[in-house]
Ligand binder design. Structure first.
Ligand code: NAP
Length: 544
């Protein structure tokens, strides 16, 4: 029977043929062979093995550059390549450590095509910024990407993994795992949604990530949400250097660049300062409730639209003068002004056992470590807004938490404090921690009632500490900046310090230490800097 095609079908068929023709040409131009090794279990009917064969056969119809050899799991090559499940498809195993656990069906056909083209080209096809990121990788990464044939977002994440494995084959291995074929592995890793990426068994990405973000996550072994471009400049000439990438520093950066000033923000650690560690923020206007890290991501994305951020470099030295010289661990900045927005770091209790068990039951960050204590008993030490916010956060995630406060009244705002009894968080007033004890990890705390002097032991798995912050003034002191009697940077109403051209903003100045006050101080300092650069007060002072 003759098949009659309508016009639309004919057009679609022509387009498909043209596409196949183009693919044949592309494969023909590739410089390398693409050897594939398929391992399967002898004598076992397996739909995934059949599907694998079919996909490879279809691709081999396009090019003879793809070769396929099949082995069973008892073959010596299975032992050589540490293959123990069926089907496992190895891609060019003499050059790379890339394997598919399952069959590249459905949406995964796109990933497979990309894999064939990249392997055939012998190049990772990474962008310039990505190459700079992966260049920094200095230890092995075993990447696992969980996918499913019906997931349209998976190929993007698989391609990220492929590029990393091709660019750094000596350090990066890649397993692409089809959750339908390997539900056991999906269960083991808790991969409930796809794509989900792990490196060295640590979750580094949920959902498809931008290439540079995936690579940053791979390097840091933690999921990143924002990519900050790397700079190779050895000397940066600028009008303003902001030290500190918290709310004050980021806001200042936005304001100075919008005033036409060249600006660099330098941050040694993670961007966002203390806010990034705050579980929930409820008093930043415009957001009735927002996660601290989410708010930071929004701020950083906004700041990046204006200002260059140099993250991961520490300021080692500042030479005041005109210009000011700032030396970091990576480069030198020549700048007309300097803004110190170095924030504050958490205060320690200073009791025996605190340092010894830090990271082994003692924690200063509920958002970071809280999930590890689900269903376990902990105390939260402190009576301020941080202690209460974090105790509530722990309680809500299923941690058995008791607040321990040294006085008979909390310092925290009533609106927060009132939530403790409502949420079932017990409070031990007039109580101080004397000693933290344990073997490998924290096991108990010795407490003292400050009114009765009575001591008692309490069995706990964790001690969370939120007893305030101390200003990060080490750099300021090194430069010769005056501090006030409380140890914060001394400044005038315009955020000028005692050294001309050097300013301060945010928690390092003391005061209310709210996100909204920090951003306000950053904006105000930036506006002073703008005005001072037009009309330098120190020159006016010298002239008169
Ligand atoms: P904080 O307000 O200074 O409170 C520190 C708490 O720790 C106080 O209750 C203090 O007790 C206690 N403490 C200090 N040293 C101690 C020690 N050695 N042993 C036992 N307890 C000790 O610090 P924070 O709660 O970290 O807050 C810092 C700033 O950030 C504040 O300005 C706060 O308002 C702000 N913040 C705001 C929010 C929010 O608005 N949602 C959230 C977090 C933080 P005493 O009360 O006896 O002095």
């Amino acid at each position: 029977m003759a098949v009659v095609m309508d016009h639309g079908e004919k057009k679609a068929q022509d387009a498909q043929q043209a596409f196949m023709q183009q693919l044949r040409k592309t494969f023909a131009s590739l410089p390398r062979e693409i050897p594939l090794l398929l391992f399967s279990q002898r004598g076992k009917e397996d739909v995934f093995v059949d599907a694998c064969r079919q996909v490879v056969r279809a691709f081999r119809g396009l090019t003879d550059k793809i070769t396929l050899k099949e082995y069973n799991l008892e073959h010596e090559l299975a032992a050589k390549y540490k293959v123990d499940s069926s089907p496992t498809l190895l891609i060019d195993p003499n050059r790379y450590n890339i394997r598919w656990l399952g069959a590249p069906m459905g949406e995964e056909g796109r990933s497979f095509l990309e894999a064939m083209l990249l392997i055939g080209s012998g190049k990772s096809g990474m962008g310039e910024q990505s190459l700079k990121v992966i260049e920094r990788l200095d230890s092995p990464r075993q990447v696992k990407i969980f996918v499913s044939p019906t997931c349209p977002y998976c190929p993007q994440q698989v391609v990220n993994g492929l590029k990393a494995a091709i660019e750094r084959p000596e350090l990066v291995s890649l397993e692409i795992i089809d959750i339908q074929c390997r539900p056991d592995l999906a269960d083991q890793y808790g991969a409930q949604s796809v794509p989900q990426a792990y490196a060295n068994d640590v979750l580094i990405g949920q959902g498809a990530q931008q290439e540079e973000v995936f690579l940053s996550s791979l390097i840091k072994l933690a999921p990143q949400t924002i990519f900050i471009p790397e700079s190779t400049e050895q000397v940066v000439n600028t009008d303003v250097v902001v030290v500190g990438g918290g709310p004050a520093g980021l806001t200042a950066g936005i304001y100075t660049v919008r005033s036409g000033l060249r600006t660099a923000v330098i941050e040694r650690d993670a961007l966002g300062g203390q806010v990034a560690l705050t579980p929930i923020v409820e008093n930043y206007p415009g957001f009735s409730q927002v996660g601290g890290k989410t708010l930071v991501d929004i701020m950083v994305s906004h700041a990046l639209q204006y200002v260059q951020i140099f993250q991961g470099e520490e300021v080692l030295e500042v030479r005041p003068g005109d210009p000011i010289e700032v030396t970091t661990t990576r480069r030198k900045f020549i700048t007309r002004t300097l803004l110190l927005a170095t924030g504050a770091s958490h205060r320690h209790l200073g009791v025996p056992g605190e340092q010894q068990f830090s990271g082994r039951g003692v924690s200063y960050c509920a958002t970071c470590d809280g999930p590890l204590f689900k269903g376990r008993k902990v105390i939260m030490v402190g009576g301020g807004n941080s202690a209460v916010t974090e105790a509530l956060y722990l309680k809500h995630m299923g941690v058995d938490v008791t607040l321990v406060h040294r006085r008979d009244r909390l310092r925290a705002q009533d609106v927060l404090a009132n939530q403790l009894p409502a949420s079932g968080v017990p409070i031990m007033y007039d109580t101080e921690v004397k000693v933290i004890e344990g073997k490998e990890r924290v096991q108990r705390v010795r407490l003292i009632n400050t009114k009765t002097g009575k001591t008692s032991d309490m069995a706990v798995d964790g001690v969370f500490i939120a007893v305030g912050y101390q200003p990060a003034v080490g750099l300021a002191q090194k430069i010769g900046i005056e501090l006030n009697e409380d140890g914060y940077i001394k400044h005038d109403a315009f955020h000028r310090t005692n050294i001309p051209g050097i300013y301060s903003a945010g928690d390092v100045e003391g005061g209310y230490k709210q996100i909204v006050t920090a951003t306000g101080q950053g904006a105000a300092a930036a506006m002073t800097i703008f005005e001072d650069l037009i009309n330098p007060y120190w020159k006016v002072a010298q002239a008169s």
